[in-house]
Design a protein around this ligand. Structure first.
Ligand code: ATP
Ligand code: MG
Length: 443
């Protein structure tokens, strides 16, 4: 009786898992989320200024955060870095932009990280990108976790976020497809849409958490398509548009200082939460209807991809399946415009010691120089420890023995993110990290 035994097995495991403490390390991480502080030198680097300038401003500007002093070191949290950015950026004497918020009238930018293969670093890449543009450009970011595993959520959640609880709304709620029994063809109202976003400890970064009911979304979308001839691939895109229309950027950098030049803390706080500039979507490794929605909603799609031969076979199926979907969609809606930005394959977890991976990249790049990036994520030991705690490299505080490898991996993350920014948001000033990486590896 195979069925009976399986049922018994599931029942036993449910009982056991109910009693197992799955939260030990998780609780520790959630309690200390974004506990990492950054030195004066690191802060200056994020802002793109030199330390002398920063030190001078810290003396002149009355609202400059004190930070934490330990001996001669003075350190800042991400929130304090954002405030410093706003202080400098809103100063009439600022010689360049520091706060790169979108202006009123500009649409939100959507970037989706997806691949067919599991474990290629999609979630880590997405988390790093969101944190990098927050730290380096002051961008407000909405992270959407499209994966029932909720990996990227774990990189952002603190103890206040009700992850893995039944009533925590997910992407399925945002799309109005959380309950297959009551499928409606209408986008949820703006207030409902807005309530799905959860605050995170990062300044101006919010999250739509992942969760099991994302799978319900697929069932609902299927029913929807049976019920009426509706474009079930555009539900997320419509939801994002409806939310963006109701919660657009209003405040500009100029608005966060009064006429007398005094910094307006209330206006700054409101502006930080009024909208987001970029939406980052982390996909699950598959091409379900829910994941298709994430691709169709995107201005730019990034495919983080490992370079082993077998893994590349999954890239082949992924793109050919998407191709078939697109053909179907065009047949349905011939004038639809999808993905107006740039799209790219990002090599990940590359083993540089042997030539196989790098040869593969070289070969791909020669064949598709526009599509394949010259910057990649190398395999790193540093991240293994950080990932155990669900900490990104921008958050991880390594023990002494791992400081060098952590520093190297952060430089790697900076290069990847700099290259992504250059393609996805070409108006932003790049930092030169990608250029350095390419000079060092592609001689
Ligand atoms: N550059 C790297 N070097 C070493 N390990 C890495 C690197 N990038 C990611 N990893 C590890 O690989 C594992 C998978 O990473 P991640 O969760 O980001 O992948 P994913 O593609 O989102 O996975 P999934 O398909 O399950 O969503 C994690 O344990 C992560 O720490
Ligand atoms: Mg993932």
């Amino acid at each position: 009786m195979a069925y009976g035994q399986f049922e018994q097995f599931i029942r036993n495991m449910s009982r056991v898992m109910g009693a197992v403490n799955t939260k030990l390390q998780r609780d520790l991480t959630l309690r200390t989320r974004v506990a990492r502080r950054f030195s004066m030198v690191e802060t200056a680097q994020f802002l793109g200024v030199d330390t002398t300038y920063l030190t001078r401003i810290s003396g002149e500007e009355p609202s400059f955060p004190a930070g934490e002093r330990r001996g001669r070191e003075r350190t800042f949290s991400p929130s304090e870095i954002m405030l410093i950015r706003a202080l400098i950026g809103s100063n009439k004497a600022a010689r360049k932009p520091y706060l790169h918020w979108r202006r009123p009238g500009e649409p939100v930018k959507v970037v989706t990280f997806g691949a067919q293969k599991g474990g290629t670093g999609k979630s880590l890449t997405a988390a790093h990108f969101a944190q990098y543009i927050n730290l380096n450009y002051g961008l407000r970011v909405g992270v959407i976790d499209a994966d029932p595993q909720a990996t990227v959520s774990l990189y952002f959640a603190d103890e206040k976020l009700p992850l893995f609880q039944h009533d925590t709304p997910t992407l399925a709620d945002f799309m109005g497809v959380d309950d297959p029994a009551t499928v409606s063809l209408e986008t949820p109202d703006p207030e409902t849409l807005n309530s799905v976003w959860q605050p995170t400890p990062w300044p101006g970064v919010r999250l739509i958490p992942g969760g099991a009911n994302i799978q319900n979304g697929d069932i609902s979308l299927f029913f929807m398509s049976q019920k009426a001839k509706v474009p079930v691939y555009g539900v997320l895109r419509n939801a994002i548009r409806a939310w963006d229309a109701a919660y657009p950027p209003v405040t500009t950098v100029e608005n966060i200082r009064g006429d007398n030049g005094e910094f307006d803390h209330a206006a700054y706080a409101r502006a930080l939460d009024e909208t987001v500039d970029v939406i980052v979507i982390d996909q699950q490794p598959s091409l379900t209807l829910m994941q298709l929605n994430g691709l169709i909603a995107a201005d730019s799609v990034v495919i983080p991809q490992t370079m082993k031969g077998f893994d590349l076979a999954t890239l082949a199926t992924y793109v050919s399946n998407i191709g078939e979907y697109l053909e179907f969609i065009m047949g349905f809606e011939s004038d639809i415009e999808i993905g107006g930005g740039r799209h790219m394959v990002l090599p990940t977890i590359v083993q540089e010691q042997n030539d196989q991976d790098t040869d593969q990249i070289l070969d791909l790049y020669r064949k598709a120089p526009r599509e394949v990036m010259q910057v990649w994520y190398s395999r790193s030991d540093a991240i293994a420890n950080a990932a155990e705690e669900y900490k990104s490299i921008y958050e991880y505080l390594p023990p002494k023995t791992r400081r060098a490898s952590a520093r190297a991996f952060m430089a790697n993350a900076n290069a990847v993110n700099d290259a992504l920014v250059e393609r996805i948001m070409p108006d932003l000033p790049t930092r030169g990290y990608a250029e350095t990486f390419i000079r060092e590896r592609w001689n």
